[in-house]
Design a binder for this molecule. Structure first.
Ligand code: ADP
Ligand code: ZN
Length: 295
């Protein structure tokens, strides 16, 4: 089967063709402008490469509820041109094939659970720390939606008393995204995160904030593994800092095999930054299988 994958991001759209083993045959990247310009370019691509089903992992918030009148829409995004946009509808109408749809982070966790290091696990959290912060949750064999979908990048964080930065999130200020996403690092320290590598205090604070959120996820969801991706996590020195602070925050309250082996519990993504697009292939495969079940 030829499966189409679309990782829809705020700056670029990655379109790929692959198969059900997660093999990517080819891929292109198209800048995200307004739907009127970007969508026809993607449709042309998917028509040319001929696909049997499409999986979309999309920036949010989105409506992933199949019973909702606005299923398949990008909803209250700050990217105004895409607000209340029916992205699933746009592809379904033109490509006439099954379309799977979920958040970008849910498709990343699906990629890791289906093809990567989290294969066989029952409950896994994937967190991206990039331009924004988001978390995807795979739980008891399913991607977690609930009333909407997790927006775990916006959990509140206790600031260090000497951190004068107020936070960048217009809704909450001191949520994880507001304090620790790439743009917050840049605004707090006056330089792009990537060039701050040698500044230990930057990564100690960053790790402290990330670990507060992860401790909350551990206590509420009880994941068997937490995978961290996104541009900021290219700073690999963050991993030991985060693991240590998580241990300190949990303070021995829960004892599990996983928490005894932190280096295997809080880990980098394993699919060379292809976890999102590979997850989209699996979303496409599942959409196709669901479609057949209804025939
Ligand atoms: P997006 O979240 O837009 O999909 P990324 O996951 O690449 O894209 O995240 C981009 C953010 O990550 C930017 O704020 C950027 O400053 C930061 N970033 C990118 N590369 C690095 C790096 N090597 N070290 C630290 N921060 C980085
Ligand atoms: Zn927020």
């Amino acid at each position: 089967m030829r499966l189409g994958a679309l990782e829809a991001g705020g700056t670029k759209m990655v379109c790929a063709v692959g198969d059900e083993t997660g093999k990517i045959l080819e891929q292109i990247s198209i800048p995200t402008v307004a739907p009127g310009k970007t969508i026809p370019q993607m449709i042309e691509y998917f028509r040319k490469v001929k696909i049997d089903a499409l999986g979309i992992g999309c920036f949010g918030p989105i409506d992933p509820d199949r019973n909702s009148a606005t299923y398949g829409y990008i909803t209250s995004t700050p990217k105004l041109a895409w607000r209340d946009y029916n992205i699933v509808g746009a592809f379904k109408e033109t490509l006439s094939c099954p379309v799977g749809f979920d958040t970008d982070v849910n498709s990343s966790v699906l990629g890791e659970v289906t093809f990567g290091q989290a294969k066989g696990k029952n409950c896994v959290v994937y967190v991206t720390i990039g331009t924004g912060v988001g978390a995807g949750v795979f739980i008891e064999g399913k991607l977690l939606h609930g009333m909407l979908h997790p927006e775990a990048g916006h959990v509140l964080i206790q600031k260090r008393s000497n951190d004068q930065y107020q936070g960048k999130c217009p809704y909450h200020r001191n949520c994880l995204e507001g304090l620790a996403a790439g743009p917050a690092i840049e605004e707090r320290w006056g330089q792009k995160a990537a060039v701050l590598k040698e500044r230990e205090e930057v990564w100690d604070l960053e790790g402290y904030y990330i670990s507060q959120a992860l401790s909350g996820y551990i206590l509420t969801l009880s994941p068997e593994m937490i995978i961290l991706g996104g541009g900021v996590m290219h700073q690999e020195q963050l991993f030991p800092i985060i693991r240590n602070y998580v241990k300190e925050i949990l303070n021995g309250y829960i004892k599990t095999r996983e928490l005894e082996h932190m280096e295997k519990y809080i880990v980098p993504a394993s699919l060379k930054d292809n976890q999102g697009i590979m997850g989209c292939l699996e979303l496409a495969r599942r959409a196709s299988a669901d479609n057949c079940a209804f025939l």
